[in-house]
Design a protein around this ligand. Structure first.
Ligand code: SF4
Length: 228
């Protein structure tokens, strides 16, 4: 298995030069209390908003999926020579730093249904901004930086148990992939042998297959049998 790590850095979390860094402070606040002398934290960023705790309808459970992904990164890191223990992972959901009208609407809905873990204080200016209804002639209201940062950052503890659980969950996903790959080998119709899942609009928008995906126009390409 091979992969690319974007950045590796080494810092002293209690260094005075980082005292004003609010991302570092937020990560430190979320770390477990008993820490080894030297350790690693994996940071991953996503070009999306913070996922809900439970998905709506048939949407994928990105809350769990990204947690498993981080735990898997931690496992891969720990088996490298001379690696230090990974004690946590931090996810940064970048869209939370500049929410759109659609993001505010989703947040309002998730707050009402108690599907998100970071909500605005009732009566606060952030809560009022989230309740603002869309005006086509106006930019969305600006939320406080503290609230946006809390929404953007999720720190996930890493332990042997959490890594083992994530590995088992990912095994099921890998099994689905291997089965589809095996079917594809014995069939000329790749589009029918791989399951599609159009429940997440943002993923479909970014997908290279969307122009030929049966789930997008509801039709099989002409060279694919309808019953396949
Ligand atoms: S466009 Fe089709 S293949 Fe691409 S993500 Fe959506 S459902 Fe999956």
């Amino acid at each position: 298995m091979a992969g690319v790590v974007d950045v590796i850095t080494e810092i002293q979390l209690d260094s005075p030069t980082l005292a004003a860094n609010r991302i570092v402070s937020a990560i430190v606040d979320a770390l477990p209390s008993a820490l080894p002398p030297r350790f690693e934290v994996i940071v991953d960023y996503k070009g999306m908003r913070r996922p809900p705790l439970q998905p709506m309808g048939k949407a994928l459970d990105y809350w769990s999926i990204y947690e498993w992904q981080l735990q898997t990164y931690a496992r891969l890191r720990e088996v490298q020579p001379n690696a230090r223990p990974v004690i946590a992972g931090a996810l940064l959901f970048l869209n939370e730093l500049s929410p759109t009208w659609a993001d505010l609407s989703e947040l309002r809905r998730e707050t009402d249904k108690r599907r998100t873990d970071v909500t605005a204080e009732p009566g606060s200016s952030d809560a009022q901004a989230i309740c603002t209804r869309k005006r086509a002639d106006q930019a969305p209201p600006t939320l406080s930086f503290e609230f946006r940062l809390r929404r953007a950052l999720r720190v996930i503890p890493v332990s042997k148990d959490s890594i083992a659980f994530a590995a088992e969950s990912f095994d099921n996903v890998v099994l689905d992939i291997e089965l589809a790959r095996a079917r594809e080998r014995s069939s000329p119709h790749i589009l029918t042998e791989w399951p599609n899942n159009p429940t997440d609009e943002a993923t479909c928008v970014a997908c290279d297959w969307k122009t030929i995906c049966p789930a997008q126009d509801g039709q099989m390409p002409a060279n694919v049998p309808a019953e396949a």
